[in-house]
Every structure is written in C-alpha cells, then in structure tokens.
Design a protein around this ligand. Structure first.
Ligand SMILES: [Zn+2]
Length: 91
C-alpha cells in the first residue's frame, strides 16, 4: 500500500509512465488494470480513500513493497480524471 501525499511522491513514477505510456483499463471506479503494451504484462491497481487520506496498491513487485511504481502513477491519473468527471456530473 502506498500513501499518496504530494505530487512529488509520484514524480519519478509519473515520468516513467510518460515514457512507457501503459494502457489503463477501468475495471470500476477505483480499480484499474495497467497494461504494458511492450511486454503484455498486466497489473491491478486499486485506489482508495481512508479517513481523508489517499492510498493506492499495485500487484507488481515494487507495488507490493510499497514503492510508487509507474502503474500507480498511470492509474492515479485516470482515477483523478474519472473522479473529476463524476464530480462535474454530480451537481
Ligand atoms: Zn506497479
């Protein structure tokens, strides 16, 4: 589990995501499958909010060690966009 505090936490992971450009499939709000198009590897990323804090988990080796990986960065960016769209519709 990775606690998401500031954008700086994910900065390196975001940069890697920009290079790798993985595909993010939305399973449901908060659950994403991140696909590395080059290798075909898929990882599951879950985003959640607990007591006002944001957390994410990833099924890859780095993610299981609690390190911010680019799968989390890619999924979080999709998650935030989705959250924004949901908020916009919820007027
Ligand atoms: Zn990962």
């Amino acid at each position: 589990m990775i606690q998401l505090t500031t954008a700086a936490t994910l900065e390196n992971a975001i940069n890697k995501a920009r290079t790798v450009k993985p595909r993010v499939h939305i399973n449901r709000f908060g659950s994403y499958t991140v696909i590395n198009k080059a290798t075909g590897a898929t990882y599951t990323v879950e985003c959640m909010k607990r007591e006002g804090k944001r957390f994410a988990s990833c099924s890859c080796v780095a993610g299981e060690r609690g390190q911010a990986c680019y799968h989390v960065a890619a999924a979080v960016s999709a998650h935030l966009q989705l959250a924004q769209e949901r908020a916009a519709l919820n007027f």
